[in-house]
Design a protein around this ligand. Structure first.
Ligand code: FEO
Length: 410
């Protein structure tokens, strides 16, 4: 893509990867991703912030060479050690013989161990460090666990640009480079999806970082994936909400069905919840995009699994969904299960066990032998009332007796 100026003498020099279809061998990338790297040119010194994913080293180097030769690179900054941003460090340091690697204390350990950077090429930086480049000054914000323990942000004082690596990232590899080039709803969708996939388990670390950022004037946020925010207010408001774990009147239904019974129950629950004013997103786990599920876990108040008993447990796709929900530590307060079985109900017990330790309250299970009958659908209606009431949906009823109709613990 070449070197793209984002402020006077500040260039985006990374690479777009529209062909990448999956991240972390788990999450689909509908529109690829980008590995953003930034070159800051001072009057006396120059710095490169982060590098690129394996396979894109040459593109990064050519982009840098559009602006300076590598002998003029004084600093290579590693905000985060994951290979999609740090893997080209050895190649860059090999070319830029005079450059020092700037990293957090823990980052320095990773750089030595993982990237075999010699100790005498590393300078540890912290929140007291200032790196004057001549007319441009770099500072650093410790941001541990966003999303690895060594993570830090870089801040360019004069231009009020924050380089927060993955924080505020989005997997977007299309031609757009700036927020104003994208429809906000599409950008928010990708930002929320990324937050759900990567940052959701680290909400309290995110809140701490947002608090620290209040002491900085920030005109631009330049993350290491996706587009640059030139008007950061909107995304800051969203991040404030997402990191706080604020819940919507939203239920997420993840279902899998072998012969249709669990699907009938999932659809009935969805219909009843919608009648009661609950916002519902429903995913067939056979074809679901896990990125969309991660996005909806950001603010769903209730997670419903619908799945059959399968070989003495629950269908593996449902167990996988429960494991993902547990790993991402969503703020959801409630869960429920609807299930069908042939000989013995095992799904409820298995899912309840899988969600142990999350603090999520199991509101109830409806387990049905063979196909759901009229009274089973009535139980699903009762479960919908309990969910709606718990999450405070407008159409919810007061239903003190409903809990007795369904199994509250599975
Ligand atoms: Fe984009 Fe944590 O790397």
């Amino acid at each position: 893509m070449g070197a793209l100026e984002i402020a006077p003498d500040v260039f985006s020099v990374g690479a777009k990867d529209l062909n990448r279809k999956i991240f972390d061998a788990l999450i689909p990338l509908p529109e690829g991703t980008s590995y953003n790297s930034y070159l800051v040119l001072g009057e006396q010194k120059n710095a490169l912030i982060d590098t690129v994913n394996p396979g894109f080293e040459k593109e990064l180097m050519l982009n840098v060479l559009e602006k300076i030769s590598f002998e003029k690179l004084d600093y290579l900054i590693m905000n985060h050690a994951e290979p999609d941003h740090a893997n080209a460090i050895p190649e860059i340091l090999e070319e830029a013989k005079n450059a020092k690697l700037l990293a957090s204390k823990m980052g320095a350990q990773v750089a030595k161990g993982y990237y075999e950077v010699p100790e005498d090429r590393i300078e540890i930086v912290d929140e007291t460090t200032r790196i004057p480049l001549g007319g441009k000054t770099l500072r650093f914000v410790d941001a541990p666990w966003l999303h690895w323990p060594e993570t830090m942000f870089t801040y360019l004082e004069e231009d009020a640009i924050l380089f927060p690596c993955d924080f505020f990232g989005q997997h977007i590899g299309t031609k757009e480079n700036f927020d104003y080039e994208m429809d906000w709803e599409r950008l928010e969708e990708y930002a929320k999806r990324y937050f759900g996939e990567i940052m959701l388990p680290f909400r309290s670390a995110g809140q701490k970082a947002l608090e620290k950022m209040k002491s900085l004037e920030i005109k631009t946020i330049a993350p290491s994936h996706g587009v640059i925010f030139t008007n950061p207010d909107k995304i800051l408001v969203r991040y404030s909400s997402w990191t706080s774990g604020k819940l919507a009147k939203h239920a997420l239904i993840a279902y899998v069905s072998m012969w249709g019974s669990s699907e009938i129950m999932a659809k009935e629950l969805e219909r009843k919840l919608r009648e009661k004013g609950v916002l519902v997103s429903s995913y067939n786990l056979q074809e679901a995009d896990l990125g969309e599920i991660a996005r909806d876990l950001v603010d769903s108040a209730c997670i419903v699994i619908a799945a059959p008993t399968f070989l003495g447990g629950v269908h593996p796709l449902a167990l996988n969904a429960a494991s993902l929900a547990k790993a991402l530590r969503p703020p959801a307060k409630y869960a429920a299960l609807v299930s069908s079985y042939g000989w013995g109900p095992m799904a409820g017990r298995t899912i309840t066990e899988a969600l142990k330790g999350t603090g999520i309250e199991m509101l109830g299970t409806v387990e049905v032998k063979a196909r759901p009958k009229k009274d089973d659908l009535e139980k699903i209606g009762a479960l919908a009332s309990i969910i709606a009431e718990k999450i405070g949906a407008n159409g919810s009823e007061q239903s003190p007796g409903l809990r007795s109709i369904i199994n509250p613990t599975g």
